[in-house]
Each structure stands twice: as structure tokens, then as C-alpha cells.
Design a protein around this ligand. Structure first.
Ligand code: CDP
Length: 784
């Protein structure tokens, strides 16, 4: 049991206001584009207008003649330095600047450097590239056709097939399907979407030839991993590379990969010996940096007539674009997609995924998601609704019947994961009660009788976060631990540094709260610093809701090491033995004599002034935490929609979100995370798609086409929680940041399909735009 701290200390469970917001709301944050160095110059990318074309020649003379232009770097220049290609995390490689041919629209072809940003952009227009266009492959279903163009001439395997991956017991699953009385399923496409953080990607690379030191300010969610990769790929000594990720305006997975722009800025700085800034435009960000999803999925459930599910069969075609640059560190090509049995007790399951190349931007990043868990959660939650429809059963009742029971945890799922803890019935029952489910079903029946369209959608997702245990995750062999180093100053104030990097999640507050919880030092007295590889202990960064399960745990463990040493000092100061001491947040006191006490501040001072013989001075500790398992947050979301028969427009009338992320550090921050993630889920469900035309042109390259929700489109979110602590995390906490993005798309789509189910509608692919619904209403003859 965690001891509750006072509001003045502000440990776990207090809604401490975000420390970082003081600078953000005053416009005093420091983002990469705020970095201005003496002598700094600017880079701009020349990009391909073609999705697939051979490069016959690049002429840069005119660009070079423009006053202020300092360099034009091409793929051929990089080739000489051995840097025209870079390795990806998934046994593939990726062009930095195109040589030979381009493979997607907006691919990086040349990098122009000039004295100012505008000259660089103007000069980029003057770079002439001769292209010979080639047949374009957009549809992944055609990728393996005999007449499909083979995109990757650089590979030995002359095919667009990247991988086949399967997990589960295929034979057992087939047997169940052969004899199952009920089978139901669907084909669902989780469209290509983009995290679209408010701040686009960018960097300032500064090579100092006098010291040999390369400093790169970068929009990086994983600065240490970037440092090591720069060292390995470019051959620079790692001690001479410093990556600084300053304030970041949203990452959502988009800022995990290393992009060609970063590499080109570094090369230009090495060449010119001047700081080089490169900042993406919005369109460049949407067109060329890490997309998410793009999974074409089929799910089938075998069940009994009473609704008891038996087996799950899943087949997926994954569109990875031109290079397999999936930014995911698991040992599985489809990441954690095998969590697709979700919250349900299937006796057996089989899941297979094939990845293919197409002429689209590379990526496959975990957009507010643990490496394909969003696709998995969407698929199983849609499939459960299709089964309910087939059985003419209430979708809530079907779920309650099939949930893994709380007494089954830790639960070994048929596709290999060991769920740490959960109580799915409790979360569902809370959500049903809060929204007034039974009354809503009555209302729906009455409305239906009057010809009105109202739907209720449920999603009871299970998440898998906290990458990750060393047996399942690594980045170029580096284990996926995370770290915390804490130093207590003589006056009892502290600085804590982690290997993670907040991009808006509020780590400066929540991690200070963990120190406050463990050591009783008030949260106001704890400075949290992340993102500078010269000062922070090595860690693998922030994405996939891993910070709390890994660095949060490390912070707890480092604090406990400090507390152990503090106990020795307290015993010395109080002239008792350690066994005679008891701890309460902020002080050690003598058992049975609570007034005989030393505060953590007394002890901190003594650590530098009055130590027991033989004990080293100082009060600090570092901890590297390799989590024994992932954490499995969960929740039930229920959405109520009304549909306009005249326009096909969907109004989200209510949305109840019950989340369970174990013990909560800061309830206000967690609620903020849920609000943000639900808003992104709403956008994915109804508004967003990075689509391509048949020539491979991106259709969603601006915010005019790729819509982001504003306060006008966003409904009021009603949140609640249950609390099922993680048994293996030192604070019983699970991650939460991505849960609303993972769990909500299915709730929205289920609600829309539910509103139309009496018309025979089984599924509508996202984004569920008004025109798609209106077309259905027109077909059914009920459009107004
Ligand atoms: O890795 P990332 O920070 O994106 O995700 P997270 O670990 O889920 O944390 C998101 C924010 O919610 C952080 O500020 C966490 O400390 C906070 N949080 C919390 O207060 N209680 C939890 N049980 C989980 C997260």
C-alpha cells in the first residue's frame, strides 16, 4: 500500500498543476525552432513530385548561383560518404537522398543550404531533376501480382513482399472453426493516418571542428537512441555527439524515427562547419514523415450459439510504403498486433500478417499506440459487434459473457501475452451505469420506430504498454530499460533526470511527484530534466505509453536507493540502529517515539556535512529499470450518436470513458491524457486519412484535406476510472497516454454501425465521413 502524502508534498494521487505550463502559457518554452546560433544557416529539401520515377540527372548550377546559397547536397554526394542509405530498425534500409530512383511522392532528393530560410527554399525550386516516370504501385493488394512493378531494385529478393509473420495455433483454430455453430467476421481497413503534431519535425546541427563535438538540437522522442544510431551509422565517436531534445510540441510517435532531414543537416554542418537548421513545413510533415496504421485486416470469430467465443482467426495485409521503416522495437514484424484477442477469453487463436512495399512514404510508427495495438483493439472490438449482430445479442451482454474474469489474472492469452491484472466487468459495469445504458436502448427503440437514427457503440479494450522487457524488445540490440538519476542537494532540493522525453505529457510534474512520494521532498523542490544526452542517464525515450512503466519505475527505485542511504544517515544522527527507525513521507522517526525524527532535508544536509564513519558523501542514485513484463491497462468506452438523414452527419451526443491504468500519479494529468487521446480518436474515426490517388499523389497533404478537430467538432468527454494496480510495477501504475486513442475508434464506428444496423449495415470503414453514410442512406431509400 502506498502511503498518502500531504498536499504540500504532493506525491501520488495529487492533481498537482503542471510545472511546465508556467513557461508554455507564457510563450517561454524553447522549441527547436527557437534555437538561434551565431552563424547559423538553413537547409531546405528538394522533393520528388513523382511516386515512382527514375532519376536521370540532377542539375544544381542555377541553384548554386543564387546569392546566399552555400551548398546543394545530393544522393551522389552522400554516397561518397557512405551515407546515401541508412538502416531501419526492421532489417531494411532507407534512402537518405534518392539515388537511382524515387519511390514515393515527396521523397527527399537534394538538400539546399543557404544563409537564410527563404533563399534556401527559393534555391530548392531552381534544382532541376530529370525524371522518367515508372509504373506506380498504390494498392497493396496488387503488390504481389505477377505484373506489379518490383519497387526495390536494391534488394536481392525481387519481390514487393517484405515479411510473413504468424503466431498462435493454426491447426487448433481451424478445428474449432470447422465445428463451430456460429462464425462471424469482417474485413476492416484501418486507414493510413498521421499523428500531425502541432510542431513539425526539425533540427539544428552544430559541428564544432575545434572540439570535434557535434551537437544536434532535435525534435526527438528518443535522444539517446538517436545518438547511438548516429554514432553507429556515421562512425562519429559517441562521446562527441550530444543530442538535445528541447521542448517538443507533440510527438505521438512521429518524432521517434531518424529522418533524412536530420542526417542532411548533420552532413551540411560537418561540411560547412556552421550550424545548420532544418525545419519541416506542414505539408512535408504530412507527406513524408512516419505515417501510422495502413492495415487491411480480416477477423473471424468462432462461437457457440449462446455467444461464448471459442476461436479467433486474423489475417492482415500491412502496407509499409517504400521502405520498411516501422519504428517499433519489438521482436515481431507486426509489433504487438498479437494482442488482438483483446479482453476476451478465447481458447485458441491464430494471427498472420504479410507486409508489402508500395509507392508511399515509409513509416509505420506507433501513433499514440504500442506498435499496432490500436489496429488490434479496433479489429477485435469491431468483430465483437459483428458477432453480436449475427447472434442478435446485445453487444454489452456479449462482452460481459466473454470477458477474462478478474480471478483469471495473471492471464495467459492464446497468442502469448501474459496480462498482469484486470477487472473488465467492473469497468464495463461502471460505464454502463454512468451512461444509463438500459434507458438509452429504450430510447433507441422508440426513435427507430419513428424513423430516427441513433446508435450506441461500445469498446472494451485491453492495452499493452511499457516497452519493454528485454526478452521481447530491443533497439539495435540495446535493451529497452529506462532510467532515472536523482541528486539531492545539501539544502534538500533535488534534480532528477530520466532517459525518457516528455512531448506534452507533463513528466516534469509527474516524475517529481514520484520522487515526492518516495522521499517526501515537496514536488516544488524537485526539478525534472530530460532530453539532453550529455546529462541524462541512458534511456530509450518516450512513446507507446512506456514512460510511467519504465522511467516512472526507475524513478521509484532510484528514490528507494536514496532512502536506504538516508536511513543510515538518520540512524547516525539519531544515535539509534537502522532497525529502530520507521519511515513516513518526508522523515525517519524512532519507533515508539515519533518526535525523535530527522527530516529528509536534515538528512540531505548531513550527507554533505555529518556522515557516519565509512559512508561516502552525497545523496544520489541512479537506476536502470528493465520491466519484468508489460502493463495491461484497459477500459470501457461507450459512445452515443445521432445521425442526420439529410446530410449523413454524425453527432456524438455522449461519450463515457472508463479507464483503468492502475495507481494514478496525477489524476488531472491522466484526465488530460484521456481528453487528448479521445479527440485524436474522434479525428481518426470521422475525419482523417492519408489517401493516395492512382498516381501516388498524397491527397491529405495539408490541414485543408487532413482535418484536425477543433473545439467545435469535439464533444464533451465524460471520464471515470477503476483502479487495478499492476502487480509488478513498484508503484502499481500502468501507462495511460495512448489508451484513449487505442480504445476509442471502435466505440465511434460501433455507434454509427449500431445506428444503421437495422438497415442491414455491418461495417463502414474509417474515416466515417458524412458522404459515406449519406450514400448508404440513399441506397436504403431513407436519405432526406
Ligand atoms: O510515455 P508517456 O509519457 O507518453 O505515457 P504514460 O506513461 O502513459 O504517461 C502519460 C502521463 O500520464 C505522464 O505524465 C504520466 O506520469 C501520467 N500518468 C499518471 O499520472 N498515472 C499513471 N498511472 C500513468 C500515467
Amino acid at each position: 500500500m502506498l502511503q498518502k502524502t500531504s498536499p504540500e508534498i504532493g506525491g501520488m494521487g495529487h492533481s498537482v498543476k503542471r510545472k511546465e505550463d508556467l513557461r508554455f502559457v507564457q510563450g517561454k518554452g524553447t522549441y527547436v525552432d527557437d534555437v538561434h546560433l551565431p552563424g547559423m544557416v538553413y537547409g531546405h529539401m528538394v522533393r520528388s513530385p513523382y511516386a515512382h520515377a527514375r532519376i536521370l540527372g540532377i542539375r544544381s548550377e542555377e541553384a548554386r548561383k543564387l546569392p546566399g546559397v552555400l551548398a546543394v547536397i545530393t544522393g551522389q554526394d552522400l554516397e561518397k560518404a557512405g551515407l546515401s542509405w541508412m538502416p531501419t530498425l526492421f532489417h531494411d534500409k532507407q534512402m537518405v537522398l534518392a539515388t537511382g530512383k524515387v519511390l514515393f511522392m515527396s521523397q527527399e532528393v537534394a538538400f539546399v543550404v543557404a544563409e537564410d530560410r527563404y533563399t534556401a527554399a527559393d534555391a530548392a525550386e531552381l534544382v532541376e531533376v530529370d525524371y522518367e516516370d515508372l509504373p506506380v504501385l498504390v494498392d497493396p493488394h496488387r503488390a504481389l501480382d505477377a505484373d506489379a512493378p518490383v519497387l526495390r531494385e536494391d534488394r536481392e529478393e525481387k519481390t514487393n513482399h517484405i515479411f510473413h509473420w504468424e503466431v498462435g495455433d493454426q491447426k487448433a483454430t481451424e478445428r474449432v472453426f470447422q465445428s463451430a455453430p456460429v462464425k462471424a467476421g469482417l474485413d476492416a481497413f484501418f486507414q493510413r493516418c498521421h499523428p500531425a503534431p502541432l510542431e513539425t519535425c526539425g533540427c539544428v546541427a552544430d559541428y564544432n571542428s575545434a572540439t570535434g563535438k557535434l551537437t544536434v538540437w532535435e525534435t526527438s522522442q528518443a535522444p539517446h537512441a538517436h545518438r547511438t544510431l548516429f554514432a553507429l551509422v556515421a562512425g562519429l565517436p559517441e562521446n562527441n555527439i550530444r543530442i538535445i531534445a528541447p521542448d517538443i510540441g507533440g510527438g505521438f510517435g512521429n518524432k521517434v524515427p531518424i529522418y533524412p532531414g536530420y542526417v542532411c543537416a548533420v552532413v551540411a554542418s560537418l561540411q560547412l562547419e556552421r550550424p545548420v537548421k532544418w525545419i519541416e513545413t506542414r505539408s512535408e510533415n504530412l507527406q513524408s514523415t512516419g505515417f501510422a496504421r495502413d492495415y487491411h485486416m480480416t477477423a473471424e470469430i468462432a462461437a457457440e450459439r449462446d455467444g461464448k467465443v471459442k476461436a479467433l482467426r486474423v489475417k492482415t495485409l500491412a502496407d509499409h510504403g517504400a521502405f520498411n521503416a516501422a519504428a517499433q522495437p519489438s521482436k515481431f514484424p507486426a509489433g504487438l498486433f498479437s494482442i488482438c484477442t483483446g479482453s476476451y477469453d478465447f481458447s485458441t487463436a491464430f494471427c498472420e500478417v504479410d507486409g508489402v512495399y508500395t509507392n508511399k512514404a515509409p513509416g509505420g510508427i506507433a501513433y499514440r499506440c504500442s506498435f499496432r495495438v490500436t489496429e488490434a483493439a479496433y479489429l477485435i472490438e469491431r468483430a465483437m459487434d459483428v458477432l453480436a449482430q449475427e447472434l442478435k445479442m446485445d453487444p454489452a451482454e456479449l462482452r460481459l459473457k466473454n470477458f477474462i474474469r478478474s480471478d483469471q489474472f495473471p492471464y495467459q492469452c492464446p497468442l502469448g501475452w501474459n496480462y498482469d491484472s484486470g477487472d473488465y466487468h467492473a469497468a464495463m459495469n461502471l460505464a454502463l451505469g454512468k451512461i444509463g445504458y438500459a434507458e438509452l436502448r429504450k430510447e433507441q427503440a422508440e426513435k427507430r420506430a419513428k424513423g430516427e437514427l441513433m446508435g450506441i457503440g461500445i469498446s472494451s479494450f485491453t492495452e499493452i504498454v511499457g516497452a519493454g522487457p528485454a526478452h521481447t524488445f530491443d533497439i539495435v540490440g540495446i535493451k529497452m530499460f529506462d532510467s532515472c538519476e536523482i541528486r539531492i542537494h545539501p539544502t534538500g532540493k533535488a534534480i532528477a533526470r530520466m532517459g525518457t522525453k516528455s512531448q506534452g505529457q507533463g513528466h516534469e510534474t509527474t516524475f517529481a511527484q514520484i520522487v515526492a512520494q518516495e522521499l517526501g521532498i515537496p514536488v516544488a523542490d524537485v526539478t525534472v530534466e530530460e532530453g539532453d544526452t550529455d546529462t541524462a542517464p541512458y534511456g530509450l525515450g518516450t512513446y507507446a505509453s512506456r514512460s510511467t512503466p519504465t522511467a516512472g519505475a526507475a524513478t521509484s527505485m532510484a528514490s528507494r536507493k536514496i532512502r536506504d542511504k538516508a536511513k543510515k544517515i538518520a540512524a547516525h544522527l539519531l544515535e539509534v540502529s537502522e532497525e529502530d527507525l520507521e519511515w513516513e513521507p518526508g522523515r525517519f522517526f524512532v519507533k515508539g517515539a515519533p518526535s525523535k525524527a530527522k527530516t529528509i532535508q536534515d538528512i540531505a544536509f548531513a550527507a554533505y556535512t555529518n556522515l557516519p564513519p565509512g559512508l561516502e558523501a552525497g545523496l544520489e542514485a541512479v537506476h536502470y529499470y528493465d520491466p519484468p513484463n508489460l502493463t495491461f491497462p484497459f477500459g470501457t468506452y461507450i459512445c452515443v450518436v445521432d445521425i442526420d438523414k439529410g446530410t449523413g452527419e454524425v453527432k456524438v451526443r455522449r461519450f463515457v470513458a472508463v479507464d483503468d491504468c492502475g495507481n494514478i500519479i496525477n489524476p488531472m494529468i491522466v484526465e488530460g491524457q484521456i481528453h487528448g487521446g479521445l479527440t485524436e480518436g474522434l479525428a481518426i474515426a470521422f475525419m482523417q486519412e492519408i489517401a493516395y490517388d492512382e498516381s501516388g499523389n498524397v491527397q491529405g497533404a495539408t490541414f485543408m484535406d487532413y482535418l484536425v478537430p477543433t473545439a467545435v467538432e469535439t464533444p464533451t468527454w465524460e471520464t471515470d476510472k477503476t483502479c487495478t494496480p499492476s502487480p509488478h510495477h513498484p508503484l502499481g501504475a500502468k501507462g495511460v497516454g495512448e489508451s484513449p486513442n487505442v480504445g476509442s475508434p471502435a466505440a465511434f464506428v460501433n455507434a454509427v454501425v449500431d445506428a444503421l444496423s437495422h438497415l442491414g449495415v455491418r461495417h463502414i470503414d474509417m474515416p466515417v465521413a458524412p458522404w459515406k453514410i449519406w450514400r448508404i442512406l440513399k441506397e436504403k431509400g431513407i436519405a432526406e
